[in-house]
Ligand binder design. Structure first.
Ligand SMILES: C[S@@+](CC[C@H](N)C(=O)[O-])C[C@H]1O[C@@H](n2cnc3c(N)ncnc32)[C@H](O)[C@@H]1O
Length: 239
């Protein structure tokens, strides 16, 4: 089993607030979580009772948000964590949770319609192994949110002790694509990637301005690639 780049679950999450909220503050609840939900349903809105497997669910904030917006698109939503303590927490809040290393999922081939992960792949040792596992265990579709290696701000932050301790790293769009390409038995048929999110901590009264900034920057040509994250949607077939 390849080890994660973090030591233990409680170092990353506490049960009240996610790692994301600790790093970026209130913008997490006000904009980031809803933006992820929007991205998810942009792709799965037409699904009916589809099955989803989420990798590295953390304290389950994102999973709960996806499920709260479900209007029949999701039939089954299984979450997972590398750390046992995380799995216990996810179960305690009512989620269907299993322990799983992203690089070696304890699942049959094509066990779910879709595999998803939110900000996990850049924390594992072997990104290609995780990408292959996501394709092996799904039936043609994967969805990810990840770190944007083109963002200068993000790259600079990765040099700070806090981000280093959290195992933060980022990759360019071409590199993200390469993790899914060239696996024997699979052929990519679609790889969509776009940059989004430009969060930082601001006083509460400036929050509407920060939300406007986040909504706007992802549409500004060229500069949008300075956003801290990327949203990725993959389709593939078995060959
Ligand atoms: C940045 S957090 C994201 C948590 C959650 N997806 C969210 O969006 O709030 C990264 C998560 O990946 C998990 N993780 C790290 N290495 C992993 C691995 N090899 N397999 C599965 N999960 C892993 C960590 O335990 C952590 O919960």
């Amino acid at each position: 089993m390849k080890l994660p780049r973090q030591e233990n679950w409680a170092e990353i999450h506490d049960q009240k607030s996610s790692w994301r909220k600790k790093i970026v503050g209130e913008i997490s609840d006000v904009f980031i979580v809803p933006r992820y939900v929007e991205f998810f349903y942009d792709h799965f809105d037409q699904d009916k009772e589809a099955s989803f497997f989420e990798i590295g669910s953390g304290n389950g904030d994102m999973s709960k948000a996806m499920l709260a917006a479900n209007q029949g698109q999701i039939g089954k939503y299984v979450v997972s964590e590398y750390f046992e303590e995380g799995v216990d927490w996810l179960k305690s809040i009512g989620l269907d949770a299993v322990q799983a290393d992203a690089q070696q999922l304890p699942l049959e081939d094509e066990a779910f319609d879709v595999t998803v992960e939110f900000d996990v792949m850049h924390h594992v040792e072997d990104q290609r192994a995780m990408a292959r596992e996501m394709m092996r265990t799904a039936r043609g579709r994967c969805l990810l949110t990840e770190s944007n290696g083109l963002s200068i701000f993000r790259k600079l932050k990765e040099l700070t002790p806090g981000h280093r301790a959290a195992g933060e790293q980022s990759f360019t769009p071409g590199k993200w694509r390469s993790f899914f390409e060239g696996h024997e038995g699979y052929e990519l048929t679609k790889f969509e990637i776009f940059p989004f999110l430009f969060p930082f901590k601001v006083p509460a009264k400036l929050m509407p301005l920060l939300v406007w900034w986040n909504r706007t920057i992802e549409k500004v040509p060229f500069f949008r690639w300075q956003c801290s994250s990327v949203a990725i949607y993959v389709e593939y077939k078995r060959v």
